[in-house]
Design a protein around this ligand. Sequence first.
Ligand SMILES: Nc1nc2c(ncn2[C@@H]2O[C@H](COP(=O)(O)OP(=O)(O)OP(=O)(O)O)[C@@H](O)[C@H]2O)c(=O)[nH]1
Ligand SMILES: [Mg+2]
Length: 471
Amino acid sequence: MVISSIADRLVRGVETVSDSVSEALFEPVIRLGVTGLARSGKTVFITSLVANLLDRGRMPGLVAAQEGRIEAAFLQPQPDDTVPRFDYEAHLAALTGPAPHWPDSTRAVSELRLSLRVRPAGLLAGLQGPRTVHLDIVDYPGEWLLDLGLMDKSYADWAAETLARLRTRPEAAEYLAALSGIDPDARHDEPQAQALARGFTAYLETARAAGYSDCTPGRFLLPGDLAGSPVLTFAPLAVSGASRRGSLLREMERRFEAYKSQVVRPFFRDHFARIDRQVVLVDALGAIHKGPSAVEDMRRAMADILGAFRPGRNAWLNRLLLGRRIDRILFAATKADHLHHQQHPALTAIIEALTRDARDRAQFAGARTEALALAALRVTTEEIRTHQGRELPCVRGTLLEGGRQAAFYPGALPQDPGQLLGAARSGATEWLNDGFQAMTFAPAPMQLRPGDGPPHIRLDRAAQFLIGDRL
Ligand SMILES: Nc1nc2c(ncn2[C@@H]2O[C@H](COP(=O)(O)OP(=O)(O)OP(=O)(O)O)[C@@H](O)[C@H]2O)c(=O)[nH]1
Ligand SMILES: [Mg+2]
């Protein structure tokens, strides 16, 4: 075993001890991970969850709130000094200010601590005073979980798999053409390495825009402050044998290993390994709107992402976790306010089917899982409209483009999600029926009654599943 992973284990060991000491003697901490692919709704989810935990008028499904046992909720400085704070106030101001708008895209890890003062329930109620439970919420891009698959791979394996995939995709033509003039055994030349990395990154960006979800290494698309650094300046080359000293291939191998040890490993060690509860957000409606290949691709990316929650599978992660594990995972289809509630069961069935394999396995590993459809911020109202003699369940809201009010019926979702996934899997390019329209609504100005958080759909059920048992 390499020294750095021994050190990781020691750090984890000390941390586990101090975590459990502080939990026994002091105040319990729940670390809640919030993840999902880009634009799945992470920022809006966390903002609305926190606002609705601070003002609990709309949280009847959270049992401790319903029973009036939460005496106070307040934001506190977070425990990790090197992680950016989740910018709750700015995001809330965007959503609920006088000219409401969706928050900007966020492309890195951030964290927020919310503390709840809770009176105990049941037999203990009369014996114990209130105690404080800290909820540390960690927002991180789901794409970063895809990198777990790199940890057990050599550069040669990774390059071979990646190139095999690229050869099936028109989006990769330019990169493959550039590659054909490259001799991996030639002397390493930095401008050439940079040009290759740029070409490969450009492919990843086009592929993502085209709806593919398997665009790794994750940090190539979300570089943050690593942009331009050598750990992100590598690309897959056609490898035929061992690399020579000083060659382009040798340098690519070295950078791939650096990416693993200096980018992927710290993320899993410092963030992922410490999570107790996890919510995975999925923009299933968006994928359905884009078509069968986007749905199939999302299904595959979800299966890869969820592999990370099944530590048995990855020896490297197993060592890092030291037996610790996430014990509850919620899979949530977001933006359910795009649908009339009559269509919510169909959406729930789809998210259940999309994550079924992974959920079965997580259950096997001892984690409890649940799937539901939610809207962190409800920006529509429901109405039934008659169209050509048929009653259509619609939603009404302000259109993001043009700012006009409109009522909208997106089309029928199949009652049997197998139909949808089957078509996607078999490579259909379009849905059989009219397809499924998507519409983007803007947040509407709102007046909240004192004690009420922003309007939502089933955020209270999500909170009950994720933290209710610990309050
Ligand atoms: N109608 C509706 N739209 C939502 C909701 N949540 C998110 N959206 C839409 O989805 C977009 C993305 O939401 P974010 O919360 O920024 O998603 P994210 O996962 O943080 O995105 P990145 O930071 O770019 O990875 C928003 O700009 C909205 O258009 C919701 O509850 N209802
Ligand atoms: Mg975000």
